[in-house]
Design a protein around this ligand. Structure first.
Ligand SMILES: *[C@@H]1O[C@H](CO)[C@@H](O)[C@H](O)[C@H]1NC(C)=O
Ligand SMILES: *[C@@H]1O[C@H](CO)[C@@H](O)[C@H](O)[C@H]1NC(C)=O
Ligand SMILES: *[C@@H]1O[C@H](CO)[C@@H](O)[C@H](O)[C@H]1NC(C)=O
Ligand SMILES: *[C@@H]1O[C@H](CO)[C@@H](O)[C@H](O)[C@H]1NC(C)=O
Ligand SMILES: *[C@@H]1O[C@H](CO)[C@@H](O)[C@H](O)[C@H]1NC(C)=O
Ligand SMILES: *[C@@H]1O[C@H](CO)[C@@H](O)[C@H](O)[C@H]1NC(C)=O
Length: 486
């Protein structure tokens, strides 16, 4: 539906006529929390202190079945392009700093589509869609401005990863914030963007925050808000969530102060599940980041603000990361013309609280063997089929525990020895925590879903997961990770 004002003229006419008055498109703030687990937000877990996020979610629409990819780069590719990672060569985990790889440059990115609708577009935070060539970087892919880092993680204070510095203001290396906590630095940039923005122009602000990815770093005041947690890791991690929440609250205030709040649609989503090994948590869901289990892929997500007729609910319709691209374009009053994308607009379904147009999606397809073994997973209706190795940390994990990654490698070893069998089937409606494998009881459905995977495999392209390129070395560029080597 276009952004509209509806009024019903039922008095004078024989039938009700809906008068559609075009209004200007909303401002859109798209917040991506990095490695935030299902059980890492206050609206799913009261032990987490996130009052601003909770209030926005509860006065918005919580998305109960909003799926993402199991890792950062693949989800961001889906958000920005509307294409599945297995059709983009990005299904095999995250792009590593030394890899000459990036999201296919032949695809229209979300900000490019929004610019056609008159939007000003800004990205603040983590890119992680490749930077070996300038054409891979945000200001070449539709963003008017970029402030943040190109890689997948770095120190929150000194902005380095693997011995190279990674922080940019547009294309320029920016060292002036070194020593400041990144989440606050992004808040300050957001304040400046909003302050300088002309509210008559629709704003698209993409805010893929560094929070709450490793390394575990947060000003002590936030970690100290969790005196009852027994592990330092979970205490710091929880503090990271609270620091992020503080910043999201302040960002909302900036938008209110500017008088833009009523015209702003907020989208909030995790990029993947919490990383169990590093104190993220998805309980009671199974598994976590890097797995195709629900804990790795069912995102903490909500919509808030402009255009939502009814709030305070959980929308249970199925959606996937690829859907954000056409959904956001619909909210903006446009329509994605490219029918080749995998995403479908959820805007009408969510705003009418109707059934989701989506009944099926691919969690991931990856035929690579090492270092992360191959897997395939699909959802159709209530059922989910998992083939191959779902990923390390495939169990159920309570928060505030120490988990030893090496111990969990045993499951991987069992898989390599063939012990776990080829296909597993779960009924997510009855068994959202994936305890009961039904494959032996429902061989016909297993066959149907395996056949669906074969259909998708016709569109499969091999992962673009090259060996480290020595030309990436930041020492060649004054100690800074810099484009220009692919
Ligand atoms: C765009 O790039 C992808 C990934 O490299 C490739 O598979 C696809 O064929 C390209 N599409 C077009 C239309 O060139
Ligand atoms: C940045 O911080 C990391 C710890 O996260 C440390 O190992 C590294 O030496 C620091 N780098 C610089 C340049 O200070
Ligand atoms: C850190 O942020 C503060 C407040 O925005 C600013 O005054 C300062 O210049 C920044 N940089 C450093 C290195 O502290
Ligand atoms: C957020 O705003 C509050 C109220 O102005 C302030 O006390 C707090 O320091 C701000 N948080 C950050 C991270 O700047
Ligand atoms: C925003 O909407 C609320 C509720 O409809 C209204 O009370 C308020 O005045 C509006 N604010 C602005 C700035 O338009
Ligand atoms: C959300 O999903 C859970 C399954 O994980 C289900 O039990 C619950 O009923 C759903 N909530 C709503 C409001 O549909």
């Amino acid at each position: 539906m276009m952004q509209t004002t509806l009024s019903f003229l039922c008095v004078l006419l024989p039938a009700c006529v809906v008068v559609v008055v075009d209004a200007k498109p909303p401002h859109i703030v798209f917040i991506v929390a990095d490695d935030l687990g299902w059980n890492d937000v206050g609206f799913n877990n009261p032990d987490i202190i996130s009052p601003n996020i909770n209030a926005m979610a509860q006065r918005g629409i919580i998305l109960n079945q909003s799926y993402v990819q199991p890792a950062c780069t693949p989800s961001r590719n889906a958000f920005m392009s509307g294409y599945y990672p297995f059709r983009s060569g990005l299904q095999h985990g995250a792009i590593l700093p030394q890899q000459a790889a990036c999201a296919p440059t032949n695809r229209t990115f979300l900000p490019q589509e929004l610019k056609k609708l008159g939007y000003a577009t800004h990205a603040v935070g983590k890119w992680h869609l490749g930077f070996c060539n300038w054409n891979c970087t945000p200001t070449y892919r539709g963003f008017d401005s970029f402030y943040g880092y190109y890689n997948g993680q770095e120190d929150y204070y000194n902005y380095t990863i693997f011995g190279g510095f990674d922080f940019r203001d547009n294309k320029d290396v920016a060292t002036d914030q070194t020593g400041n906590y990144s989440t606050f630095v992004y808040q300050e940039r957001v304040r400046q963007i909003i302050s300088a923005h002309d509210p008559t122009t629709p704003l698209f602000l993409y805010l893929p925050l560094q929070s709450v990815h490793v390394p575990l770093e947060v000003p002590a005041v936030y970690a100290n808000m969790y005196p009852n947690l027994k592990t330092d890791g979970r205490r710091i991690f929880s503090g990271q969530v609270t620091a992020m929440d503080d910043v999201i609250g302040n960002l909302t205030s900036f938008i209110k102060q500017k008088g833009m709040y009523n015209d702003t649609l907020f989208v909030f989503t995790a990029d993947n599940g919490g990383w169990t090994e590093f104190y993220g948590n998805n309980y009671p869901l199974r598994g976590g980041k890097v797995t195709v289990w629900e804990g790795g892929t069912r995102a903490a997500a909500f919509l808030h603000g402009w255009g939502l007729p009814k709030t305070g609910i959980r929308y249970d319709g199925m959606m996937h990361a690829v859907d954000w691209f056409p959904t956001i374009v619909s909210a903006a009053g446009g329509e994605v013309k490219n029918k080749d994308i995998d995403g479908m607009s959820m805007w009408d379904a969510i705003t009418s609280l109707g059934p989701s147009p989506r009944n099926e999606f691919i969690y991931n397809l990856d035929d690579t063997i090492l270092p992360i073994e191959g897997h395939a997973a699909i959802r159709q209706g209530d059922y989910k089929l998992v083939k191959g190795f779902p990923g390390v940390f495939s169990g159920w994990y309570l928060p505030d525990q120490e988990y030893d990654g090496h111990a969990d490698q045993r499951e991987r070893d069992r898989h390599l020895s063939g012990e776990l069998g080829p296909s597993r089937l779960y009924n997510l409606k009855d068994d959202p925590t994936e305890h009961s494998d039904l494959a032996d009881h429902m061989p016909d459905l297993v066959k149907t879903l395996e056949d669906r995977i074969s259909v998708y495999m016709k569109q499969y392209i091999k992962p673009n997961f090259p060996a480290d390129d020595p030309d990436s070395n930041p020492d060649k560029y004054g100690g800074v990770w810099t484009p220009g080597w692919c």
